[in-house]
Design a protein around this ligand. Structure first.
Ligand SMILES: *Cc1c(COP(=O)(O)O)cnc(C)c1O
Length: 375
């Protein structure tokens, strides 16, 4: 059996006619930038997230950057975020001129350890960017409480968590602002780059939209210098089609996760923990295995035709890009340890139970043999 890590082609095949019609409609109206298709998607996506406003932007990294800029975060400020994420999160912070302050993760959920945030707050802290990693919302009650007590803003990096909930509230609608990515491999993926900012704050939405569109208030009337970061018509029309299918796809991911949990019998494989207060959307299905066997396991699963990933192999503070912060690996012990033990198994809505049992059989057998070798 040959199993890819994600299968975007299978999903396209299942909705080919709807997608092709949507693309034809955009080209027919030459509504490439702005226009009715973008407006329609923004409206339905805001509704989906349970918020009043959505601003489509060029990608998820820009969504974070524009959100922080719109909060007036800049040089001299500090922004706290998780030590285990994709670099886009911390990059967006640094792009504003603010200093990124990393916080270690909870080894069970891989999300920012909210009990460790307060020690990182200084009089320069302007915002916290919790990442809802792998599709599971972070410990938002604790984060919102800290933010309130210290008068700092919360920008959710919900790039991996579209459709997830925390105590019934949709990811992205819990903090001051929520940021999404529609990178093709994300749960709601475009056929190119795309992103969105969601909020209930009307004035914030207006200013974010202005900044994302050259700081413009009318055609050649620019209030500030902004950037060019817009969701385009083709992507918006494709996303509107896909948004209608997203709840079914999320259910399929959750079902696949349940089947993985059932069939992963090896005691050396720790399946992901889903916290009771959340609904996880399993953007990634990340298990933990003993550090000594992870890389061999990956290679052997590759020989078995099972593609896997590691998210992420180097914790952000340990990357060369952040050497200037002067951290040692011991400063982020849980993130560093996880980076050597985590393994992402294939996860996409079209996965079949046969494919899942095959992966689990191979994982169970390979882990047993590798653990034996270790002894
Ligand atoms: C994908 C991703 C981003 C960035 O999104 P792009 O659309 O690729 O710019 C930001 N944060 C996290 C956690 C992501 O997974």
């Amino acid at each position: 059996m040959n199993l890819p890590f994600v299968d975007l082609k299978a999903q396209y095949e299942s909705i080919r006619h709807e997608i092709d019609d949507a693309i034809d409609a955009v080209i027919g109206e030459t509504a490439f930038i702005g226009g009715p298709f973008v407006a329609e998607f923004e409206k339905s996506f805001a509704e989906f997230c349970g918020v009043r406003h959505c601003v489509g932007v060029g990608n998820g990294t820009d969504a974070l950057y524009i959100a922080l800029k719109t909060l007036n975060v800049g040089p001299g400020d500090e922004v706290i975020t998780a030590a285990n994420s994709f670099i886009a999160t911390s990059e967006a912070i640094s792009l504003t001129g603010a200093r990124v302050v990393f916080c270690d993760i909870d080894p069970q959920t891989y999300n920012i350890d909210a009990t460790m945030i307060e020690a990182k707050i200084s009089d320069k802290t302007r915002a916290i960017v919790p990442v809802h990693l792998f599709g599971q919302p972070a410990d938002m009650d604790r984060i919102l409480d800290l933010a309130k007590r210290h008068d700092i803003r919360v920008v959710e990096d919900a790039a991996q968590a579209v459709g997830a909930t925390y105590r019934g509230r949709p990811a992205g609608s819990i903090g001051d602002v929520g940021c999404f990515s529609f990178y093709p491999g994300k749960n709601l993926g475009a056929y190119g780059d795309g992103g969105a900012i969601v909020t209930n704050d009307e004035d914030f939405a207006r200013r974010a939209r202005m900044f994302a569109n050259h700081g413009r208030v009318a055609k050649y009337d620019h209030m500030v210098e902004g950037v060019n970061s817009r969701l385009d018509g083709l992507q918006a029309a494709i996303l509107s089609v896909k948004l209608r299918h997203l709840p079914a796809w999320t259910n399929a991911r959750r079902k696949a996760a349940e089947q993985y949990r059932t069939y992963l019998a090896s005691t050396d494989v720790i399946p992901p923990t889903e916290m009771p207060e959340v609904e996880h959307v399993y953007h990634l299905y990340v298990v933990r295995v003993p550090a000594g066997i992870r890389d061999n396991l990956r290679e052997q699963l590759g020989e078995d035709g099972v593609s896997t990933g590691v998210h992420y192999p180097i914790a952000l503070p340990n990357l060369p890009a952040y050497r200037y912060l002067g951290h040692g690996e011991r400063d982020f012990a849980h993130s560093t340890k996880a980076s050597h033990e985590i393994l992402s198994l294939p996860m996409f809505p079209e996965l079949t139970e046969d494919q899942i049992t095959y992966v689990c059989d191979r994982v169970n057998a390979r882990v047993a043999a590798l653990a034996q070798d270790e002894k």
